[in-house]
Design a protein around this ligand. Structure first.
Ligand code: NAP
Length: 408
């Protein structure tokens, strides 16, 4: 087997050469994934130059990042934040822009490697813009693939883009997956910490606070993915993501709870061999692999000390207490627009939970109800995706209001 894992490409096989100094764009640079990426870029200044950085609102941090890394272009999604960004970057020579089109422009500017680090389906357009330029896309923004699925993968194929999985589980599987002999693969396994409520009863989860839900036991991440980890929806989204990235049906994608988050992903072969990827829970490891691919980039995180970890334990997820994983699998199996609806409803409900309008258990209930009430449709084009995403958000928002009354 070659030293570097194959990339997820249109033809399923690799390999791109490695330029001397990679020109990098980071979509969502102010977020958790974005900051980890920039940390690695700052530590490896000779290997990378920065083309463009983007944020939603956080103009202050975006401007600091752009100055520190010598970016050429910085963009905020919300035009209301444009004056602050412009003021902060005045006289630096860094180009500044705002609005959805500015994010697309950031993704289209010349870069060898683009980090898709925006959270939610809001990342679809800019990520597609990078794909349509045939870029190497380090892929963290899983909601894009849940929302647009096969249509997104078709764009990757059409434009010869390269997807490098960044989600730790998918990155782990990518490193263990024999792309040249896929027939030998029996199944893949995504590990899952179980989240902060792994041992709670349903009753004990009813009134949990937002603060408790975002307090992930092993990973430090943005609020939305932390809450998805608490409901286990994150693992459901990841099953759908893995289905598209590795072209496997749901039955060949296992999930196991592993509270220590040391093993990130496993590939089981037909001869009974199981290849696993291990590491300390720090997103800079998978990001560093994607940054250096097909080589390796130095990364500073604490090295794994198995004797210190002591014990690795595993459990089966409990579908009764955590229905979100079941909902995601059902949506994948139902196909068509169901994953789009699942994602839109989940984003809407998580947002309402963060704003304390609904309770924690309402999140999965709203997703389930939205899936039940939305007509099942097929998706033939990206405009279909945008329309369905909007309709599902509208319905989920209505259901959220009804739940909010009960909650309040
Ligand atoms: N964090 C992790 O460890 C981790 C691990 C695996 C996968 N992921 C995936 O990576 C993605 C990013 O997660 P994260 O934890 O880094 O999220 P995060 O900390 O919330 O950061 C999200 C980034 O996207 C920007 N953003 C938010 N809403 C936007 C919008 N509507 N339009 C444009 N930009 C927007 C944010 O800008 P502002 O700062 O201005 O709000 C920020 O730069 C998610 O899809 C997540 O599932 C994350």
């Amino acid at each position: 087997m070659s030293g570097a894992a194959a990339a997820i490409r249109s033809e399923g096989l690799p390999q791109a050469g490695r330029a001397a100094a990679r020109r990098v764009t980071v979509l969502g640079s102010t977020g958790s994934i974005g900051r980890s990426t920039l940390d690695l870029l700052a530590r490896n200044r000779d290997e990378f130059t920065v083309e463009a950085l983007t944020a939603n609102h956080n103009a202050t941090l975006l401007a600091e990042q752009a100055k520190a890394l010598g970016a050429r272009f910085a963009a905020v999604a919300d035009p209301a934040d444009y004056p602050a960004l412009k003021d902060a970057l005045g006289g630096t020579g860094i180009e500044v822009a705002a609005g959805r089109e500015a994010l697309v422009e950031a993704a289209e500017r010349p870069a060898d490697w683009v980090m898709a680090g925006i959270v939610g389906a809001a990342g679809l357009e800019p990520t597609l813009a990078a794909v349509r330029r045939g870029r190497i896309v380090a892929f963290a923004n899983k909601e894009v693939l849940v929302c647009a699925g096969s249509l997104f993968m078709q764009e990757v194929a059409t434009h010869g883009a390269t997807l490098l999985p960044v989600d730790s589980e998918h990155n782990a599987i990518w490193q263990c997956f024999d792309f040249e002999r896929v027939d030998g693969i029996e199944k893949i396994t995504l590990t899952c910490s179980g989240g902060p409520f792994r041992e709670r009863t349903v009753e004990e989860m009813r009134n949990v606070s937002v603060e408790a839900a975002v307090a992930h036991p092993t990973w430090r991440m943005g609020a939305k993915i932390s809450i998805d980890s608490a409901t286990l929806m994150n693992k459901g989204l990841e099953v759908i993501e893995a289905h598209h990235l590795f072209r496997l049906p749901s039955e060949q994608i296992d999930v196991v709870i592993h509270p220590q988050s040391v093993i990130h992903g496993l590939v089981t072969y037909h001869d009974g061999s199981v290849l696993a990827h291990l590491g300390t829970p720090d997103m800079r490891t998978p990001i560093a692999y994607a940054l250096g691919w097909p080589g390796r980039t130095a990364a500073p995180m604490q090295r794994l000390d198995l004797a210190q970890v002591g014990r690795l334990t595993f459990e089966t997820p409990d579908p009764a207490r955590f229905p979100a994983l079941r909902l995601a699998r059902e949506a994948l199996q139902a196909g068509g627009g169901c994953p789009t609806v699942l994602n839109a409803a989940n984003e809407t409900a998580v947002h309402a939970f963060i704003e304390e309008r609904i309770g924690f258990l309402d999140i999965a209930a709203i997703v389930e109800r939205t899936l039940e009430k939305m007509p099942q449709v097929s998706l033939d084009s990206l405009p279909d995706v945008y329309n369905l995403d909007k309709a599902a958000r509208d319905l989920a928002a209505e259901l959220t209001v009804a739940r909010a009354r009960a909650h309040g």
